[in-house]
Design a protein around this ligand. Structure first.
Ligand code: AMP
Length: 320
């Protein structure tokens, strides 16, 4: 069984309706990817690496992760920290605004829990995914340790995957974010950037420029997302543009990129070719944006993915 690790922060999500009713769930970029990967590909052993607290919400979070069939052995329990929280408010025009309480979250301490034994466990994985948000969340004084651990995973043959997911508010300065992102690209085998991240941070605004930047740092599999426009891939010296079937009924674009990443990586771990992996990633993203919230109902997601997988399998058989 192939094994993937996702390192990041899962947060408590609070949603305030226009009638002031509060609903609660759990979400976070790499966590969302882990959920969608495992739903689409139950044959991939999926593990989430983070730190949580010992409070009731942390316990519920761990239980929710377990219900998604994701391994929680590396969800470390901090004795006196609690999870980050964010609130989504939607105004009368449907415009959403977010408020975060995450500066002192347990997840910031994740590296404190990685000792020799944990590192040895991490090294047994096939793939390790983290994002620019995972990086920003790790405390500054633990970053050197993070880079050392990442290098050891790479040396052990684990494929490293990075999605920059740039969030300016999480960084002291754009220069600091760039410096850290370039370190991440330099250690990555697969990069999953969105053009938007590069426009804001690097002032690069075409897929070609994004690919060139990643290539210059040694990434071998580069997948560039660009909303409904298209997806570009650069693998084995070959650049290709993949069209996306645009969705008219967009309800909520939260976690579109995360769903894409999960389905794409699950496909690659199942040796599915680049073009079909992108099709499955785009199907996952295109389905998620037709529902409210980061994590959509399992039934709706699984139905769309099964349909697409059957279509791709039939096409492959016709071509044999
Ligand atoms: P983004 O993070 O906006 O680049 O979007 C991530 C992925 O979501 C894209 O690569 C597409 O696969 C998908 N996506 C985003 N917007 C749409 C849309 N309007 N219609 C269909 N797919 C979309």
């Amino acid at each position: 069984m192939k094994k993937i690790l996702f390192l990041g922060e899962c947060m408590v999500e609070l949603r305030l309706s226009t009638s002031n009713a509060l609903s609660q769930s759990f979400a976070g970029d790499v966590y969302n990817s882990a959920v969608y990967l495992k739903r689409a590909f139950p044959n991939v052993h999926t593990s989430f690496v983070t730190a949580i607290g010992s409070d009731a919400l942390s316990n519920n979070m761990q239980h929710t992760v377990t219900l998604e069939q994701i391994e929680t052995q590396m969800m470390f329990v901090h004795p006196d920290k609690a999870p980050g929280i964010y609130l989504i408010e939607t105004d009368d025009e449907g415009e959403r605004s977010f408020t975060y309480w995450r500066n002192d979250s347990a997840a910031k301490k994740v590296m404190d829990f990685i000792g020799e034994a944990e590192q040895a466990t991490l090294e047994k994985a096939d793939m390790f995914m983290f994002s620019g948000i995972s990086l920003a969340v790790i405390e500054e004084n633990s970053r050197d340790k993070f880079w050392t651990v990442l290098q050891s995973l790479k040396d052990a043959g684990v494929q490293i995957v990075f999605d920059p997911n740039y969030r300016p508010k999480l960084w002291d300065s754009p220069a600091k974010a760039k410096e850290q992102f370039d370190k991440a690209f330099a250690l990555s085998d697969i990069a999953l950037p969105g053009i938007e991240d590069f426009e804001v941070l690097y002032d690069l605004n075409s897929a070609e420029q994004v690919i060139k930047h990643c290539l210059s740092l040694g990434v071998s599999e580069i997948i560039v997302k660009n909303g409904p426009q298209s997806v570009f891939s650069f693998v084995d010296s070959k650049q290709e543009e993949h069209t996306i079937i645009s969705v008219d009924n967009v309800v909520d674009t939260t976690s579109a990129g995360d769903a894409f990443n999960g389905a794409y990586l699950g496909s690659r771990l199942n040796d599915i070719n680049i073009a079909d992996s992108i099709k499955l990633g785009a199907t996952a993203a295109g389905t998620v944006i037709q529902h409210k919230g980061a994590i959509i109902p399992k039934q709706n997601f699984n139905h769309a993915m099964t349909e697409k997988m059957t279509e791709l399998n039939n096409k492959r058989q016709d071509n044999v």
